[in-house]
Design a protein around this ligand. Sequence first.
Ligand code: FAD
Length: 461
Amino acid sequence: MNVGARFAMMRTRMKKPTAEYETVILGAGLAGLSAALHLERDYIVVEQGAAVGGLAQTDVVDGFYFDRTGHWLHLRDPGIKAMVDEFIGHRLVNVVRKSKIFSHGVYTHYPFQANTYGLPPKVVEECLLGFITAPARTAPARGLKRLRDPKNFEEFIFFHFGEGIARHFMIPYNTKLWGVPPREITSEWCSRFVPRPTIDEVVRGALGLSREQIGYNATYLYPKDAGIDVLPQALAVRVSPLRLSTSAVAIDLARRQVTLSSGETLAYRHLISTLPLPALVAMSRPVTATIRTLAKKLRHTSVMFANFGVRGRAPIDSQWIYYPETRFPFYRAGIPTNAVAALAPPGHYSLYVEVSHRGELVADKVLPALRAAVVDAGLVCDARDIVVERMCNIPCAYVIFDDNYFRGVRTILPWLARQGVLSTGRYGKWTYCSMEDAMMMGREAAADVRRGARGRRARKK
Ligand SMILES: Cc1cc2nc3c(=O)[nH]c(=O)nc-3n(C[C@H](O)[C@H](O)[C@H](O)COP(=O)(O)OP(=O)(O)OC[C@H]3O[C@@H](n4cnc5c(N)ncnc54)[C@H](O)[C@@H]3O)c2cc1C
């Protein structure tokens, strides 16, 4: 049966909702849980997985705590800080970042652009001279007040960092991470996440004289005795009703009803959805042709990662390492036990490596290559020390900020809002964001719902 016919059948069934709620929240990741906590009442949360947390889940295998790759908590918003503190403050430790880049056969400190010391002299020279002569610095000297804003990420890289840093790190690393060349990505997403050091920092970093950590993640919080899912688990204790192992399968925007995999239909006044935006549009009816076309053009990258539990001491003390060179299949590796030793049984360490992809990757075929590559990279001394190994996939990991991105998102989100659907969270807003951002988005969606309710009450009076 085609999608249209299936939807027509569901719509007939949808006539009598099983239950009614002021707000139905789809997804019990951090955004959905935060929305529920900030709403306090008149809601239900529906989650397709068997556990809460979404991407912020932890899988425990033979005493190893594996997050869905590194999930370090950076908090800057006072309200979210207070909420996290109330729920799990006593379980958190503050960790100082230890992060490196491996290229040209040596480790350098993160971020690459401010720490070229240790690289071959020719590479340092190219990076330094490129940075000094980059348009971002030469334009003011040439009396130009403002140059045209870089129109894509590649231009952003050359504009701010210059030729050497572009060639030796930024372009190859970002191509590996995003699965598309940086020229296909707009520059708007990166202003917060790509550290832009001053010339002093770059020069000191080339001479090995860096004094302080730079970037938004110089320190972070993490549970001292378990994985990151301590956070969603704690939030979920106060979220009720919460339905696990139940998916939303169809949404009737006109009747404001959502059909669940259990066959029930829930009527709502507001729908807060944290589902990936294209999936939300695909399951909603009626939707205009423009919205459907724009949603289909939204692109993303998947991430497949391997977890290894390894006997012995980690040979490197970094918590995560970037690999710009193509000779390594992964773009990043992490050793979470270098942040919190309790994430592995005594005498062991844990490791993950991440591979981004935009097509089909078969886990069983990729694992042997990754096992060999972690030995080649010196992350594991001897493959026989690996006591646990597993592969996982994040089907929708990084959204691609290409030319279709802004038009799509800026048209679809307001259109959905006019239908009573607040699409939020990292994938609902179709953006790049942290766990804290996801919780802030959930809070914002709850505030929008409350504003709507207040407006209705005022109109009735
Ligand atoms: C590789 C990687 C590393 C990251 N590292 C960090 C980090 O170090 N620090 C940091 O702060 N952030 C990190 N993030 C970002 C962070 O994971 C997210 O911002 C945050 O977890 C998103 O929460 P969310 O609730 O918006 O989305 P999600 O966690 O995706 O939650 C959405 C929920 O909706 C559910 N769902 C989907 N479809 C349906 C359906 N049809 N019906 C019902 N439920 C459904 C899903 O099962 C899921 O539980 C990382 C992200 C990635 C991809």
